[in-house]
Design a protein around this ligand. Structure first.
Ligand code: GLY
Length: 386
């Protein structure tokens, strides 16, 4: 039985102070990243600039600008978004860089808010083009969306990954915008297959899983960024908590809510004293690096889950306490408040430990999800995924 952790609630004043800190940090980046993108992870705590819009992470900066525009109403964030949105439009209008399922991350945080919040016509066309490219990656026989690479690449054929759950809102929203059911049907099928094969009996998750695209049969799980094939990569588990809660929101299939809770229970049972996970949940103590970005994603996942759990749910109090404990810990000990040279918002993130990339650095998605969690605490929700 998990102990309920007592934590001082993260109150409105703390959230507002943290959002002020985020705003100051992002404001300092505005001139440098007008026509370029912060790299996925910092180097020596500074984000190198990427000129090309090719990575899976280029929209997290736009996402932060959207959150700041919503929070402050300051037009300078819309001005800063302009060249970024134009780049995202070019990315789908001049194909060459769309062979990835990460179109969801990319368009939910760039063109998506322009559609949802500002009814921007060009952004709508680009958002729907991105949804079409994502839908083209759906393999009906296996019922999944292939994650990476060309659909005929033998190394990636039939491979789904847990992260893809955050790409599904693009499809669910495309169905809502167009009235065409095939986007939603593909997303729903993928979420069910992910639930069946990426989630293990013991409530941990595989990072990736191969399906046989000719027979539709399951093959085997493999890690890409975790400690081992049988371990539980922290960020994957966090994507799972958040992603299944989002699929519940879009489909009302209660089994997704149950899965999200199961993954969360496992996650919370593997937290070290300060509530910020190690990069793989096989570690609960010692000198391995933490991954603050997983903690931030998890908090967004808990916040989405809490929107849907009944007030009488037996674990609700425990989840709320865990959320406050983790957010308080991030705010107190993981922000760059006392590290002025850092570009990011959160210290101590990990991109890929096995590859030695971005270890103990700032992660651009960690920054985004930290801001989203603060935003959700203040405003109750975040429109970009729902
Ligand atoms: N979606 C890739 C990652 O979480 O590193």
């Amino acid at each position: 039985m998990m102990m309920e952790q007592r934590a001082a609630p993260v109150d409105r004043d703390l959230v507002l102070a943290q959002l002020d800190f985020c705003r100051e940090k992002v404001d300092a980046l505005l001139p440098r990243f007008r026509n370029s993108f912060p790299a996925p992870s910092s180097e020596g705590l500074a984000y190198p600039a990427q000129e090309e819009n090719f990575d899976w992470t280029t929209s997290f900066y736009s996402g932060m600008l959207w959150l700041l525009w919503e929070h402050t109403g300051d037009k300078k964030y819309l001005d800063a978004l302009e060249p970024h949105l134009a780049s995202f439009c070019r990315r789908v209008e001049e194909p060459g860089n769309v062979d990835t399922h990460d179109l969801g991350f990319l368009y939910s945080l760039s063109c998506g808010p322009a559609v949802l919040l500002r009814e921007d016509g060009r952004a709508r066309d680009c958002f729907l083009k991105a949804a079409d490219y994502l839908l083209a990656r759906y393999i009906p026989k296996a019922g999944i969306i292939q994650a990476w690479g060309d659909l005929n690449d033998p190394a990636n054929r039939g491979r789904m990954i847990i992260d893809c759950l955050l790409n599904l809102p693009l499809l669910y929203q495309a169905s809502r915008l167009t009235g065409r059911g095939e986007y939603r049907a593909a997303a729903y099928s993928h979420a069910r297959q992910a639930q069946k094969y990426l989630v293990r009996q013991d409530d941990t998750t595989f990072h990736t899983f191969y399906m046989d695209v000719d027979t539709g049969e399951p093959r085997f799980g493999r890690t890409a960024q975790g400690y081992s094939d049988s371990s539980c990569w922290a960020r994957g588990q966090a994507w799972g908590v958040y992603g299944f809660a989002l699929s519940f929101h879009h489909t009302r299939d209660r089994s997704f809510l149950d899965t999200s809770c199961r993954l969360l229970d496992y996650f919370l049972a593997r937290l070290p004293e300060d509530g910020v996970c190690y990069w793989d949940l096989c570690f609960t103590q010692g000198d391995e690096p933490r991954d603050s970005s997983s903690a931030a994603i998890l908090c967004c996942g808990i916040l989405e889950l809490l929107r849907h759990l009944p007030l009488t749910h037996p674990r609700r109090g425990e989840y709320e306490a865990a959320l406050h404990r983790i957010m308080a810990s991030l705010a107190r000990d993981y922000t760059t408040r006392d590290t002025p040279r850092a570009d990011g918002l959160l210290l101590h993130g990990v991109y890929s430990k096995p590859d030695g990339i971005g270890v103990d650095e700032c992660m651009i998605w960690g920054d985004y999800y930290y801001m989203e969690a603060l935003f959700r605490l203040l405003y109750g929700t975040c429109a970009y995924w729902i």
